[in-house]
Design a binder for this molecule. Sequence first.
Ligand code: URA
Length: 187
Amino acid sequence: MNQITTQVESCANCGLSETRTKVVLGAGTLDAKIVLVGEAPGRKEDESGLPFVGSSGKLLDRLLAAAGLSRDDIFIGNIIKCRPPKNRRPKKSEVGQCEGYMMEQLEIINPAIVAPMGNSSLSYFQERFGLEKQVIGDVHGKVIDIKAPWGRTKLFPLYHPAAAIYRRHLLGELEEDMKKLGELASK
Ligand code: URA
């Protein structure tokens, strides 16, 4: 993992390297059974170098605690390691240049469950593993078995916490899904 950190810190594979303040590699334990994967760092993450420390992160912490989970027991990362300007959606080319880092991280961690948060992260995993394209509203909280390079894994899509901030009616569903995730991990 240290090697990946060194590579990402000096990565200039795409234009985001010119506008980033800090790279955001992800954080948590390498023994994690669960890896949560967001889209890309936002402003607070770019400033601090840590994932999910802004308003989405605060909500995520509350959801994790309510589900009996803690950041110390899991790993949280993003598909993209650098903030896209004005938090725009990452371009396909940027994902293409960056995804290898996330895949290497997953191979090292070898998690039983990968939880993509939001449509962008979900769509990446669907493409990567040849799954049928479905939107998060249809597959959130459902277990999808995949055969990943690091072994058999459960994909467990979640709404992105930011979606539940802007659309409060999603909050209850996200709370329920997070609890299911906690139960799944304790099996
Ligand atoms: N949103 C994300 O997808 N990732 C972060 O790290 C922060 C906000």
